[in-house]
Design a protein around this ligand. Structure first.
Ligand code: PLP
Length: 285
């Protein structure tokens, strides 16, 4: 039985209830995070909480737990749910109102929900074992503030579903200028002539914590050059390697884009090095 956290209490999932008037339900008015926990060891905890606080500030949701309070919840959920390989999900919505108004009153009490779910074992840098991704591409039709990790994910869901219905594992998105942004639930990278290139942080992409850790590890622990800049869709199509990253996947190699092989269609050497470096250093963040 899964034990969850709701507004200060730990209780069985079936007993956790929230109001249908919650603005998270009615408007997707909230912020969430997913933090990987392998045998109780968290990856990127501090940056995840910082990003959640930035998002809450951006949405003007007046709510802050300290890092220690969030850590306590993560640790307790891990202990109560078997302490294996878990994703720790945190969700803060603006709370329940008495009426459905787009405008929100100042004095709502935010709803805080957290639960743990099983995730696969830690990824390893082994080209024979890694799952190889195939992706579709689509113009990015989501809203224009993708740097905020809001729970209003319908645009992402629609993009993901489109790629999935074409038999792909993710959808890489591009803007109206034909520049790659990110995937529906991942950041995206190309490798060209040994250099790792990924779009710069702006309102078009989520500042991924895996991206943050990966770029830092590559810069501090390797001689692999890294560039943050515009990546065109032509560059994506001519890349030697393409990668995706997220907390639940770490770094994954893409071998096919829109049915065409990436490079020689095999998992690349630089991916192998990057995932190995990520595995070696991720707990330092
Ligand atoms: N981009 C989007 C749209 C996402 O939803 C996510 C993760 O949910 C990411 C990128 C990767 O972010 P992180 O590495 O923090 O999991």
């Amino acid at each position: 039985m899964s034990i969850v956290y709701l507004n200060g209490e730990y209780l069985p999932m079936e007993q956790a209830k929230i109001s249908p008037m919650d603005r998270g339900f009615l408007f997707g008015d909230g912020i969430y995070e997913v933090i990987p926990s392998y045998q109780g060891k968290l990856v990127g905890f501090g940056p995840h909480i910082d990003r959640m606080n930035n998002g809450l500030n951006s949405l003007d949701i007046q709510f802050i737990y300290s890092h220690d309070q969030w850590r306590e919840i993560a640790t307790t959920l891990s202990e109560k749910n078997g302490a294996g390989n878990l994703g720790i999900y945190f969700h803060v919505s603006r709370g329940a109102d008495t009426k459905r108004n787009h405008a929100y009153p100042e004095d709502l009490t935010p709803t805080v929900f957290a639960f743990a779910f099983e995730i696969p074992p830690e990824p390893v840098a082994d080209r024979n074992l890694v799952k190889r991704y195939k992706v579709s591409t689509m113009q990015d039709l989501r809203w224009r503030q993708c740097n905020i990790k809001t729970t209003a994910l319908l645009g992402n869901v629609m993009h993901y579903q489109q790629g999935y219905s074409e038999g792909n594992d993710e959808t890489i998105l591009y803007n109206e200028r034909g520049e790659m942004t990110e995937g529906s639930a991942v950041n995206a990278y190309i490798v060209k002539e040994g250099k790792v290139i990924t779009p710069s942080l702006d309102k078009q992409i989520l500042p991924g914590i895996t991206r943050l850790i990966l770029l830092d590890v590559l810069r501090q622990q390797s001689s692999i050059p890294v560039e943050e800049r515009v990546v065109t869709m032509d560059e994506l199509r001519n890349a030697d390697e393409v990668w995706l990253s997220s907390s639940s996947k770490e770094v994954v190699p893409v071998i096919e884009v829109d049915g065409q092989p990436v490079g020689d269609g095999k998992v690349g050497d630089i991916w192998q090095k990057a995932q190995a470096l990520f595995s070696a250093h991720k707990y330092n963040y």
